[in-house]
Design a protein around this ligand. Structure first.
Ligand code: NAP
Ligand code: F7E
Length: 325
């Protein structure tokens, strides 16, 4: 148990925010989170812990709101998970994505520098920064070549984190996380789109599943494992950057095969490809090398690819069954 520690999470209503909040509560942290004002609440993922966390209204676009929330919550650790995180949207809204996902990082860092530079900072960097991969597997030293406005914005966020560490001696870490999924994943991301589709097709609520690039390969892990790595980074003696990945890659086609197979269906009978789901530029393959995290943080992923797929399909079967009844 970590007593008397306070953490502030931006993006607490997102997939990772929900897992990290639970993880920190279990360790005895006082957990604060930033939420955006909306006409309908988006707190579904944290509904079970809603009365155990402190929620503050603020926005990555609004510098003063961030300064105020850091002053009010007095955190020892800040986890910057908020972002416009969906790659296709970044092609439609590149400027907004840059404001949230790139400049938003500087606003959080500035709030920390102004209010209390001893705060430890975690930045949610992404394997999307590797884009058109320059070597395989990708490590902390692999050159970056982003392939989307989202990836470009994350490169900015990564380097501004390194820059504030070097310029102002902040304890600022960048976690270069490869794709991580869970039953709390947004439905537009391919894994959850497939698990949700499989459940609905199995229960007769849907007939076909339309997908884009089936050949794309990703290094998919479980979000619950990955938030542990975020926390470990902020418990070290010195700040540093780490790749967090499983070291294994699978294609979208492989994901379909395991997901449909889990409920006794053949994916070829139900999946259709739709050219409108292809991206102007896609990331064809990603596979990370987590050796540094294994050696320095003692971090290992615990959930395998097949276990992850089955966990997601089972959760969606339960949800779809409720809907059907
Ligand atoms: P997510 O589910 O899309 O959650 C994003 C969060 O950011 C939501 O809580 C959202 O709030 C919040 N947000 C968006 N714009 C904001 C703004 N202007 N001000 C305040 N909050 C804002 O993302 P995730 O999968 O949990 O990922 C967490 C972080 O890790 C993101 O930065 C993502 O880019 C990065 N990342 C994710 C992966 C992955 O595979 N999941 C891999 C590498 C890096 P609302 O609920 O109000 O929309
Ligand atoms: O796509 C292909 C698609 O949207 C994965 C974000 O969390 O991880 C995520 O970004 C692949 C792509 O994730 C569909 O073309 C095929 O090659 O699930 P995704 P992403 O783009 O890898 C990184 C690490 C992040 O940081 C991001 O925030 O799957 N694909 N058919 C499809 N993708 C979607 N979404 N929908 C399809 O129908």
């Amino acid at each position: 148990m970590t007593k008397n520690r306070r953490a502030l999470i931006t993006g607490i209503t997102g997939q990772d925010g929900a897992y990290l909040a639970r993880f920190l509560l279990d360790r005895g942290y006082e957990v604060h989170g930033i939420v955006r004002r909306s006409s309908t609440e988006t707190f579904e993922r944290i509904s079970l812990i809603r009365d155990q966390v402190y929620l503050h209204q603020a926005d990555l676009l609004d510098q003063l709101s961030l300064v105020r929330v850091v002053e009010k919550s007095q955190p020892h650790e800040v986890y910057n998970l908020a972002a416009q995180s969906f790659v296709p949207t970044s092609f439609d809204q590149p400027l907004l994505t840059g404001e949230f996902t790139a400049l938003g990082v500087t606003r959080v860092l500035e709030a920390i520098r102004l209010v209390d530079p001893s705060i430890r900072f975690y930045q949610a960097s992404s394997s999307e920064m590797f884009g058109k991969v320059q070597e395989e597997p990708q490590t902390e030293r692999t050159p970056l070549w982003p392939r989307s406005p989202y990836g470009v914005a994350k490169v900015y966020g990564h380097w501004i984190t390194v820059n504030y560490r070097e310029s102002y001696d902040l304890f600022a870490c960048s976690g270069i996380l490869f794709n991580h999924e869970s039953p709390l994943r947004g439905k537009e991301f391919v894994t959850r789109k497939i698990s949700d589709g499989v459940a609905r097709i199995k229960l007769g609520l849907q007939k076909k599943l339309k997908l884009g690039n089936l050949d794309a390969q990703r290094d998919w892990g479980f979000a619950g494992d990955y938030v542990r790595a975020m926390w470990l980074m902020l418990q070290q003696d010195a700040p540093d950057d780490f790749v967090i990945a499983t070291g294994m890659k699978h294609s979208v086609r492989d994901f379909c095969e395991v997901a449909f197979g889990h409920v006794g269906l053949t994916w070829q009978d139900h999946v259709e490809t739709d050219a409108s789901l292809l991206r102007p530029a896609d990331v064809n393959t990603l596979c990370g090398d987590p050796s540094k995290a294994q050696q320095q943080l003692g971090w290992e992923p615990e959930v395998s690819f097949a276990e992850l797929v089955r966990m997601m399909v089972d959760a969606d079967l339960e949800r779809a069954a409720k809907e059907a009844s």
